[in-house]
Design a protein around this ligand. Structure first.
Ligand SMILES: [Zn+2]
Length: 496
């Protein structure tokens, strides 16, 4: 129980904090009236109302610019669920004060101003398919909520005078203590009767909505006697798709192609998320290279490329320092560690100390100066990095953008080439040689020469090979060394 700030006022803190703007309760209806919608209007109702009015009142169509400005302001606030909640609680002042305060819940603004009380919000996850997000969808969901019986009305509790708590005097030895406890005959200072009501909410899943997007139904949670009901908030949870993976507005699909398709081009067929069929072709004679870029790799695993410049320093101011010569670790710190997103353009190593500089590649290179013994590591140009990430893509076949459903992301093909599993016939090999570019490797040495060894390649797992090498190394070391006791122990450890 929060001591102070009882509903109904009379609390000294409230008045002090409220300052000059105590007085009448904040206006929390004007914006709704401007748009001509109810206080519990849905997001789409608000959008519709605004569009209708905007068509009528746009200054280009002879409308009054002042009216238009007011409408647009009302729409801006009411279409942003956070701003709308703040407005509902404390009027326009709460929206304004929330901006600078950095408190996303508008607690300061809302609590201080004599705004309306707001009930608790209810949040529910709503699973959606990628198809739903591509096409847009309206889902009807039934909710059951506690409403207040308006016919029997809401009365201030007589026992606690609307405070919701009663003070009892309790004697403890020689002292009399005042104890506060919840009023036994009311809830939060009011008496009223509740009923359970069912309501169907139409959840509008916008085209291109992102995972975690919130659809807010204002004032649709349980009603409270002395303020607005809380909001019902549905949080979209994107279900994984069998074929497509989503990356923002882009879609990715994994496909295998044969070596022939890689060399001579391919034609493939994919089911689109709207039920249509997509036929994808390469241009005649187009050769497909395989790109290993994977946007779903863990953040930062997408390698950043660094250019190494010996005997160079950078005049830019130090942004961070590190006492190490572990260059890989330093690169990681920029890619995904504590320096990620800090705009680091280069770092300079000198005597096992690194200093990081903020700036673009061009800025870092411009501030470069010669310095013996220093090494400068400059982040590679983004365009060079981009050139190594080029992937086959179908433009405009991704998801619609939420801000503009007439624009689409792209569809990327994550291709792997399936090589022939069996050896080709000699005849086929000869034929291929006539039409493919010549080999890159040639031999000038004489196989018959006694200083020349000729071998055939085999297949082997490099990881297994590496382990094998470690054991072999240790064994021979043990045999050669005199210090057998320690070596014996080491082998024992390895076997445990
Ligand atoms: Zn009471």
């Amino acid at each position: 129980m929060f001591f102070g700030g009882f509903p109904g006022g009379g609390d000294p803190f409230e008045e002090m904090l409220g300052g000059g703007r105590g007085g009448p309760p904040a206006d929390t209806t004007a914006l709704y009236e401007i748009l001509g919608v109810e206080r519990d209007a849905s997001d789409s109702e608000i959008k519709k109302a605004y569009r209708k009015l905007a068509m009528k009142h746009h200054p280009d169509k002879g409308g009054d610019p002042d009216t238009f400005k007011k409408m647009t302001e009302a729409h801006t606030i009411l279409s942003d669920s956070e701003k709308r909640s703040r407005y509902d609680r404390g009027g326009i002042e709460a929206v304004d004060s929330g901006g600078g305060g950095g408190n996303p819940f508008g607690f300061g603004g809302g609590g201080r101003s004599s705004g309306r009380k707001k009930g608790e919000n209810v949040t529910r996850p709503l699973p959606v398919t990628l198809e739903d997000l591509y096409n847009g969808k309206t889902k009807k969901l039934k909710i059951t909520r506690q409403t207040i019986d308006k016919e029997s009305g809401v009365k201030k509790c007589a026992q606690c005078n609307g405070r919701g708590v009663v003070i009892r005097q309790v004697r403890m030895g020689p002292m009399i203590q005042q104890m506060q406890s919840q009023c036994p005959s009311c809830e939060d200072g009011y008496t009223y009767s509740q009923k359970r009501e069912q309501e169907v909410l139409e959840v509008n899943i916008q085209k291109g909505a992102v995972d975690g997007h919130k659809v807010v139904f204002h004032n649709k949670a349980d009603e409270i006697p002395d303020g607005d009901a809380g909001n019902v908030v549905f949080v979209l949870k994107e279900k994984p798709h069998d074929l497509y993976k989503r990356h923002g507005a882009d879609l990715y699909i994994e496909k295998k192609i044969s070596l022939v398709e890689a060399l001579c081009g391919f034609t493939m067929e994919l089911p689109k998320l709207d039920g249509r069929t997509l036929i994808i072709k390469t241009k005649p004679g187009e050769v497909t290279n395989i790109c290993t870029f994977d946007p779903f790799a863990k953040d930062g695993d997408t390698e950043q490329e660094w250019e190494v410049i010996e005997d160079a320093d950078c005049d830019l101011e130090d942004m961070a320092k590190a006492d190490t010569d572990d260059v890989d670790m330093l690169k990681q710190a920029v890619a995904k560690g504590q320096l990620k997103g800090k705009g680091i353009g280069c770092f300079v190593m000198r005597n096992s100390k690194a200093s990081f500089k903020q700036g673009s590649r061009a800025e870092c290179l411009k501030a470069k100066k010669a310095k013996k013994g220093s090494t400068m590591y400059v982040l590679q140009d983004e365009s060079i990095a981009a050139s190594t990430r080029m992937m086959k893509c179908v433009e405009g076949e991704g998801l619609p953008l939420m801000r503009d459903p007439y624009q689409f992301g792209n569809l990327f093909l994550m291709l792997t080439i399936e090589m022939p599993t069996e050896a080709l016939s000699e005849e086929a090999t000869e034929k291929l040689k006539t039409c493919l570019p010549p080999p890159l490797n040639t031999v000038s040495a004489d196989e018959a020469d006694e200083n020349v060894d000729t071998v055939f390649v085999s297949e082997m797992d490099p990881v297994a090979s590496h382990k094998e090498g470690l054991f072999t190394g240790k064994d021979s070391y043990d045999e050669d060394e005199e210090n057998e006791g320690a070596a014996g122990q080491r082998v024992q450890c390895a076997q445990q």
